[in-house]
Design a protein around this ligand. Structure first.
Ligand SMILES: Nc1ncnc2c1ncn2[C@@H]1O[C@H](COP(=O)(O)OP(=O)(O)O)[C@@H](O)[C@H]1O
Ligand SMILES: [Mg+2]
Length: 619
């Protein structure tokens, strides 16, 4: 069921997948009345459509060729028949219109519900799911895939029902007029089935080839456009264009493969239609001469055969719609089936939820993103309430991972993490994340005002916000903005610098009044001016809170109570700055490198051994 790493390439759903239909039916609940109406309308449309050739037959037999009748009577009768014909056409039009509107409306409502359900579901999934699914793929799920299903619903399911009804009706009329000729015409049914099945086989194969090429093109485009700055700055335009050209050429070739299949199918159905008419003229004509059939019936036969082949001709167009829709449905349901690996705590455990004071304990914690690649090994760490602790170590040592575990972006593979002596898995997730304020390196900015970005989902409280801004000394940062807190930021509006974003996210974290404050390299991209601001802000923010800092520059953490040194997923040293500097420690080596790096900050060509370290620290 969980098929996180599945490849979309060439995945093609099948129309006969009963489980997909069953699940779709669930979304149709609440539209039973509307669907009943659509079915009733379908009966009307079919009956009226099939009545048309019948009227024509009556017109021909009763008036056109009725030599025995008076001239005037025949003309008048013909006029009346034409009137009925016109009325019937009007009924077909009105009923079809009502049916289309009704079904489009039902279709849209169902898709809206499915879309909403899917989005709400995706938001509950844990981070590991998002790491396994590129964001673009999830966007496709919510847009294209839903659209595909919608198209199938309106343009295919409806006509399928109509067509089925129509075919049955046609044979009923044919049998009524002349049983033998109807029987002769019935040979076209198995023929049509065989042609359709053979066509489906070929089309499916071609269709899969096209899809897989399309998905290659899509991922290539996504990558190139996301990294367009890299492509441009390294002069990769030519190469990218070339790759793109190759990919699209292959797509073109595969499309032609499909066109050939469709191109053969279309004339083939035409051919069958013409053969059927030839058969009617030959055999039916004979029946007319033998007086088993009237001229009008012969004409009606020909009309009915046209109606018979019409759905078949449209089949090739509907085919690709159905195929994409079934694949889309399959993927949508797969996404809906994905479950967060993270278990919500049992209600009896959370019942006693208390305000956290902020002591932290890691007890024998092991963790791995992938089963065979341990990232954290046997982490044991106790941080007292109110203590300020710094976490240092080279890039990739596992510092950020440790913090992700604390706020339960992931759960440890082994061991326990306790806050105030309680396993984090027993705390309601929302409460946990409310009480642990985390400031990360990459900060999400909503397209909204500065204020809204600071408050997020919390109840708005101007006084509180002003309080935080003044306590932390961040007011000048707000004053710099043209409209203060009401300045709009994010996509399409003012773009904040990375440093400014970090200041903002700091206020954002404090606004939630967390018992524990975590800074993951939060000062890394801050300019000197903002850094001074933030230093004060941080000092104010730390007061009365348990704080965990991962510092980009080691010089900024000298004042902390304790320094934890990590190396390759293990805690290797801990102590105060002076303690650790006083002996031969990894920390001392890191600090020395840090100092030397500061000196050579602008030297791009630092020595071999340094450049590795440099790369590591610029994380
Ligand atoms: N989402 C992820 N999936 C797989 N591996 C990851 C993921 N995030 C980090 N890693 C790996 O885990 C290791 C530790 O990363 P991280 O905790 O970010 O280190 P640090 O913050 O100390 O630089 C690195 O080797 C990194 O490649
Ligand atoms: Mg990190």
């Amino acid at each position: 069921m969980h098929n996180f790493g599945y490849s979309e390439e060439g995945q093609v759903g099948s129309f006969g997948d009963a489980h997909i239909w069953r699940r779709l039916l669930v979304y149709c609940r609440g539209h039973v009345l509307g669907m009943g109406g659509a079915v009733a309308l379908s009966l009307v449309v079919t009956a009226a459509t099939l009545g048309l050739p019948r009227l024509m037959q009556l017109g021909i037999d009763h008036y056109i060729v009725a030599d025995s009748l008076d001239h005037a009577v025949r003309i008048a009768g013909l006029g009346q028949t034409a009137l009925y014909y016109g009325l019937l056409v009007g009924v077909v039009f009105a009923a079809t219109f009502a049916q289309v509107v009704l079904l489009e409306w039902i279709g849209q409502s169902i898709m809206q519900r499915l879309r909403q359900h899917l989005f709400a579901h995706v938001l509950t999934l844990d981070l590991s799911y998002f790491h396994s699914q590129p964001a673009g793929r999830l966007v496709t799920r919510l847009t294209n895939d839903i659209q595909n299903m919608y198209e199938m619903f309106t343009s295919v399911m409806v006509t399928l029902f109509n067509d089925g009804l129509k075919l049955a009706g046609i044979f009923w009329f044919l049998a009524m007029m002349n049983g033998r000729l109807a029987l002769v015409m019935a040979v076209f049914i198995p023929l049509a089935v065989v042609v359709t099945v053979v066509f489906s086989r070929f089309a499916r194969e071609k269709f899969r080839a096209i899809r897989s090429q399309m998905s290659k093109i899509n991922s290539f485009l996504a990558e190139s456009l996301a990294g367009v700055s890299v492509v441009q700055s390294f002069g990769g335009q030519g190469r990218s264009s070339q790759t793109h050209c190759g990919l699209t050429q292959e797509y073109l070739a595969r499309s032609f493969g499909q066109i050939r299949v469709f191109g053969a199918f279309m004339p083939l159905t035409e051919l069958m239609g013409s053969a059927a008419i030839a058969l009617i003229i030959w055999y039916g004509g004979g029946e007319v001469i033998r007086r088993h059939l009237t001229i009008g019936e012969l004409a009606a036969f020909i009309s009915y055969m046209r109606l018979f082949f019409q759905p078949l001709r449209e089949l090739s167009q509907k085919y690709s719609i159905v195929q994409s829709a079934m694949a889309s449905a399959e993927r949508i349901f797969q996404t809906l089936d994905a479950r967060s690996a993270m278990q919500a705590p049992a209600p009896e455990k959370t019942a006693a939820a208390v305000a956290l004071t902020g002591s932290i304990e890691f007890r024998g914690v092991h963790f791995a993103y992938q089963p065979d690649q341990p990232i954290l090994t046997d982490i044991n760490l106790t941080i007292a309430s109110g203590e300020t602790v710094a976490l240092v170590g080279a890039t990739g040592a596992g510092k950020s991972t440790l913090i992700s575990l604390l706020v339960r972006f992931y759960d440890p593979v082994q061991g326990q993490i306790l806050i105030d002596g309680r396993d984090v898995r027993d705390l309601p997730l929302a409460a946990l994340r409310q009480r642990v304020g985390i400031i990360m390196q990459d900060i999400f900015i909503m397209p909204d005002t500065v204020r809204a970005n600071m408050i997020l989902d919390q109840p708005p409280d101007e006084a509180r916000l002003a309080d935080i801004l003044s306590q932390t000394g961040l007011q000048p940062f707000i004053d710099r903005l043209s409209q203060g807190l009401d300045t709009r930021i994010g996509e399409g509006a003012l773009n904040l610098s990375l440093g400014e974003k970090q200041l903002l996210s700091f206020v954002r974290a404090l606004y939630r009044n967390p018992a524990i404050l975590v800074l993951d390299e939060a000062t890394a991209s801050i300019d000197t001016e903002s850094e001074n601001l933030l230093e004060e802000a941080i000092a104010a923010g730390f007061r009365g809170r348990t704080s965990l800092v991962i510092a980009h520059r080691l010089s900024t953490i000298r004042r902390v109570d304790r320094i934890i040194v990590m190396d390759q997923g293990r805690i290797v040293e801990q102590g105060s700055h002076d303690e650790l500097m006083g002996r031969e420690s990894l920390y001392r080596a890191l600090v020395r490198l840090d100092v030397r790096m500061d000196v050579r900050e602008h030297d791009q060509f630092a020595g071999e051994s340094l450049s590795r370290k440099e790369q590591a620290d610029s994380d």
